[in-house]
Design a protein around this ligand. Sequence first.
Ligand code: NAD
Length: 257
Amino acid sequence: MSFRIALITGAARGIGAAIARRLAKDGFDITINDLPSKIPELESLQKEISSMGRRVYIHTADVSDTGEVENMVDSTVKTLGGIDVMVANAGIGWVSPLTECTEDIWDRIMAVNARGVFLCYKYAAKAMIAQGRGGRIIAASSVLGKQVPPGTSLRSAYCASKFAVRGLTQSAAQELGKHGITVNAYAPGPIDTPINDELGLDEAAKEAYIANDIKGTVVGRIGEPDEVASLVSYLASKESGFMTGQTVSINGGYFFD
Ligand code: NAD
């Protein structure tokens, strides 16, 4: 039997919304999560996915909050009848020199990007083990969770948080393999999403930042959210069952690994 119920965090827009659309097309019923401020975008995505004949449930929660994540997983199990796939996609970015990176910036980036992924892994794993039918746990790392190539500095907190996702993914994969649960992450290079509008940069600095990222690729362009979603579609499928503990690069050739 194929997996049929997925929960996607940070699904109101960008890569998360593309993953939700793609998994719906693959036949999944879905919980779409984001912050309460994103309810209008979530409702519009809900309409779109419902029209594809899938069940889709909105659950707003802050992924850095233990109780909210536990409740989100429990509600998905109750509302949709289980959880087969967790996609811990929500994440935030910030660009600033190390010497100007405040403890508050560090703590918030780590809270969402590292602690949030840990909480999603933990509560999804508990529910999947209790169900006894295996599962797929997947998270967003980044090209910057593997290397910090020349010219891409100024993102110390973000890079540290995305390296954390890679370590957590390997460790969780070690523990969960015996339950038929695989754990993998995707590591995108520059992808065209609104995350770039919220990096603390003015318009000119943002354009320069994106241009520099594009220059770093060998394909010479920015990636599309759908390209990441198609990788996640594979990671979420039964067919990927022999693949675990990997952080898979999808980076336009930013570097080869
Ligand atoms: P995005 O900013 O377009 O979307 C992220 C979503 O996460 C937003 O809707 C936001 O509201 C939500 N979110 C933020 N904090 C949250 C919280 N505490 N709880 C719940 N939801 C929260 O970003 P994106 O570009 O689609 O990125 C998705 C993931 O991919 C992120 O983890 C990001 O770090 C990673 N990534 C993105 C790129 C890129 O170039 N876009 C590259 C590498 C990795």
